[in-house]
Design a binder for this molecule. Structure first.
Ligand SMILES: *[C@@H]1O[C@H](CO)[C@@H](O)[C@H](O)[C@H]1NC(C)=O
Ligand SMILES: *[C@@H]1O[C@H](CO)[C@@H](O)[C@H](O)[C@H]1NC(C)=O
Ligand SMILES: *[C@@H]1O[C@H](CO)[C@@H](O)[C@H](O)[C@H]1NC(C)=O
Ligand SMILES: *[C@@H]1O[C@H](CO)[C@@H](O)[C@H](O)[C@H]1NC(C)=O
Length: 563
């Protein structure tokens, strides 16, 4: 659909008449639940509502930047104008209703036309989102101290971004008044409950095109999530094109010309995310989950022997060979490149599911174990690998690099540098629930993020978002100090059975529930109330051009997917 036609349709359809009420009800007719109108997802910490409303006119409306400004603000102004008035792309059929019987100005709750929203950033912009970025903001729309005006205020550019998202969600089309863009007077004070609100995207089991990654990033921003954990590589493929070691993706990606992320691609993703206040944390999982690294980096992996000491190569390899000095030279250079490519100091180092099978059978490793007096305790060797890896990466990054690891390293009592963040993903470790896992892992004193209850790749028929919504990260037996170590969590979408066709509808709106759990107050946990707002939010995301699944059973959106 071309833009001119869209503009025409919207201007022509600013108002429509309410539909006529039917005088009786047939019980099983119609939608199962009625969505809210103009409510925000995730729910703000504090909001006072009012029934008086303003009408926005697309041709008159503007954001007025009255405080500090920078490219992040300028881009957001452009973006949110589009999001509010011309969400496009969905192939939507524009709303078209007959004009209302009386002018909107005569409606008892009409307050005024609102032609401007002020953006008031009180402190200079930061360039990059970070682990301790401030995201709080205030919105005042026609409050006693801000009459007839709308203002978003924050001390940080990230707060302004979150506030603009909220503002865009306050705008709604009203079947009751026939107005396409209206917004109630309100006052909002908002801030996140947890600082780490992530989503893990797996581009190793299926390659995800850049366009899909960007759409995912938009969806994160529109749910106030702030970390894209990019699981770039795994056994199956290595799509990251390294500048120093181009052979790894040349031989270890699915297709070296089409199924890789070049340095430019990576820069594009980082920049796209930065402008939306989202950190990009790459994961280069090691020492296991590394089969794809071995093809272009000979001698990296452990050659595998059988029980009789017969070499199983050329066909079988284990985890990275931990006793070969040259491998630490490689790892130092490789992670040095990663540190310089991705601006966030945190890199996810993996560390999950390390199989000792090939380590246990390699003569060089056996000799190394004996020389160190480690007997059969291969966790000592894994500790050695991580000691060497962290020492090498600290050296090349002048102690600037920070780590995230999967929980196994703690399960094995492996010691990690201070400041490491541990990601809890198991819920059944020795029969423990995720809450018990958290109680156990936080005792080690590392900051912790939770993923166990939010493995969205597991799917089932019917309503399945409530369990994600109700998973509570602080509901475990532990001291205040332990609870303070939980800095947030993330939803994951492992991609063995999704690719760019299905990753968005399978993730959304189910990930919205994780976003609300991690942003909103702990007491926001009524699924019946959440369902009504989730229903509105789902239709909102659909209208904005994202192919997101229905989540609450029988229903409809004002504007359906139509392409
Ligand atoms: C907005 O105001 C209308 C009446 O003008 C009211 O019906 C609606 O519930 C209000 N919405 C919110 C979110 O406060
Ligand atoms: C890449 O692999 C090719 C073919 O095996 C080899 O000739 C070349 O030296 C390798 N390049 C690097 C930088 O290792
Ligand atoms: C880790 O340490 C705890 C406490 O010292 C011990 O009970 C447990 O067996 C150790 N686990 C491993 C895998 O060594
Ligand atoms: C919701 O939160 C309240 C208060 O924080 C708590 O008492 C209640 O058990 C929670 N309900 C659920 C279903 O988690």
């Amino acid at each position: 659909m071309n833009v001119l036609l869209l503009v025409f349709c919207f201007v022509a359809s600013v108002q429509w008449a309410p539909s006529e009420a039917v005088p009786f009800v047939i019980p099983w007719y119609g939608r199962w639940i009625v969505p809210t109108v103009g409510e925000v997802w995730p729910k703000p910490q504090q909001q006072t509502s009012s029934e008086t409303f303003f009408v926005l006119r697309p041709t008159m409306f503007q954001f007025q930047v009255v405080g500090e400004r920078c490219d992040i603000i300028d881009e957001a102004v452009r973006r949110y104008y589009q999001i509010i008035f011309y969400p496009g792309e969905a192939g939507r059929s524009p709303l078209s209703y007959p004009p209302p019987p009386t002018p909107i100005q005569e409606h008892p709750q009409f307050r005024a036309f609102l032609d401007a929203v002020e953006i008031d950033l009180k402190q200079p912009c930061e360039y990059l989102p970070s682990a301790d970025m401030l995201e709080s903001y205030n919105i005042k729309i026609d409050t006693p101290d801000n009459p007839l005006k709308a203002t978003i205020t924050s001390d940080s550019v990230w707060g302004i971004l979150r506030g603009m998202e909220t503002l865009s969600q306050l705008v709604y089309s009203s079947a009751a008044t026939g107005v396409a863009y209206q917004m109630n007077a309100t006052e909002i004070t908002d801030f996140p409950r947890f600082s780490y609100r992530g989503f893990m995207m797996d581009t190793a089991r299926h390659y995800m095109p850049l366009k899909t990654i960007k759409k995912m990033t938009d969806l994160l921003a529109q749910n106030k999530m702030n970390v894209l954990h990019w699981h770039l590589t795994d056994d199956a493929s290595f799509p990251y094109e390294s500048t120093l070691f181009p052979n790894i993706s040349r031989y270890g990606s699915f297709q070296p010309f089409s199924h890789i992320y070049t340095a430019n691609d990576v820069r594009e993703v980082i920049e796209y995310a930065r402008l939306r206040g989202i950190r990009v944390i790459p994961e280069f999982d090691s020492p296991d989950h590394t089969q794809s690294w071995g093809l272009g980096q000979p001698r990296l992996l452990t050659e595998c022997y059988d029980d009789n000491g017969i070499l199983k190569v050329p066909d079988e390899y284990g985890a990275i060979m931990p006793t070969r000095e040259e491998n630490y030279v490689f790892l130092q250079q490789f992670f040095g490149e990663i540190f310089n490519t991705f601006p966030d100091p945190y890199v996810h180092m993996g560390g999950d599911e390390v199989s000792y099978y090939c380590w246990q059978r390699h003569p060089e490793i056996k000799a190394f174990m004996a020389a160190n007096g480690w007997g059969e305790d291969y966790t000592k060797l894994e500790q050695y690998y991580f000691d060497r890896l962290t020492a090498a990466t600290q050296e090349i990054t002048q102690n600037q690099m920070r780590y995230i690891v999967w929980q196994e390293l703690l399960d094995l009592n492996i010691t990690l540098p201070t400041g490491t963040v541990v990601e809890v993903w198991k819920g059944d470790y020795e029969g423990l629930s995720f809450n018990e896992e958290l109680a156990r892992v936080t005792k080690y004193g590392y900051q912790t993020i939770l993923a166990s209850p939010w493995y969205l790749n597991y799917i089932s028929y019917g309503l399945d978002w409530e369990k994600y919504y109700l998973a509570e990260p602080l509901d475990f037996d532990g001291s205040e100090a332990q609870k303070n170590l939980v800095i947030g969590g993330e939803a994951t979408m492992w991609s063995e059975y999704v690719d760019s066709v299905s990753v968005i509808p399978r993730t959304w709106p189910r990930a919205c529930t994780v976003a609300e759990r991690l942003w909103s107050d702990r007491s926001v946990n009524d699924t019946a109330l959440a369902a009504l707002r989730l229903e509105e939010h789902r239709c909102r995301l659909l209208r904005r051009g994202f192919m997101v699944d229905p989540s609450n059973g029988v229903n409809f959106c004002e504007q359906e997917w139509d392409m």
